[in-house]
Unconditional design. Sequence first.
Lengths: 111, 117
Amino acid sequence: GNSVTQMEGPVTLSEEAFLTINCTYTATGYPSLFWYVQYPGEGLQLLLKATKADDKGSNKGFEATYRKETTSFHLEKGSVQVSDSAVYFCALTSGTYKYIFGTGTRLKVLA
Amino acid sequence: GAGVSQTPSNKVTEKGKYVELRCDPISGHTALYWYRQSLGQGPEFLIYFQGTGAADDSGLPNDRFFAVRPEGSVSTLKIQRTERGDSAVYLCASSSLAGGPWQETQYFGPGTRLLVL
């Protein structure tokens, strides 16, 4: 079946450090891939998405490229801020409206 | 416009009791989804409504769980004879169905935190 695997957290970085959160997937067909973010005390918010191979999603300085050959959708940001501290979820849909989520990766950015 | 809202934000109940959780989707969104998020886990799909009907209820864990959306807008998730293992955050999401499944973006509410004692 379809699944998403994320790197375990927590990830602790200093402000302005480079961020990578790994996400790999298993899916039949041609999935769409998403990154959602959950800030403390808030609901899930869509951060970015990509709907076909080689697409790059980007938002708020975050980027992720849909790599079909490696079945990956790693999240990156060149310079993190304290305000980026949150839990990040990788997710996919594949031919249905049902999202499959990873377990989430907590990011903590220190000033 | 307003986002997805859910009430109550927190619910504490005793084992064996009945609970109802409410979701108000974004106005005009045809599709509505319920997910359950246990501590330290990602959300898990429960049920999907397209309009008034449940198009996919394959994620409901057992027959104690039931959801309705009688007028195609507000939805209620109902849990009978609650068990301690039902404790989780219940998330609701909605989408416009403007694109196909490969393009759809779901907008999530803040969730209802359910604690069964």
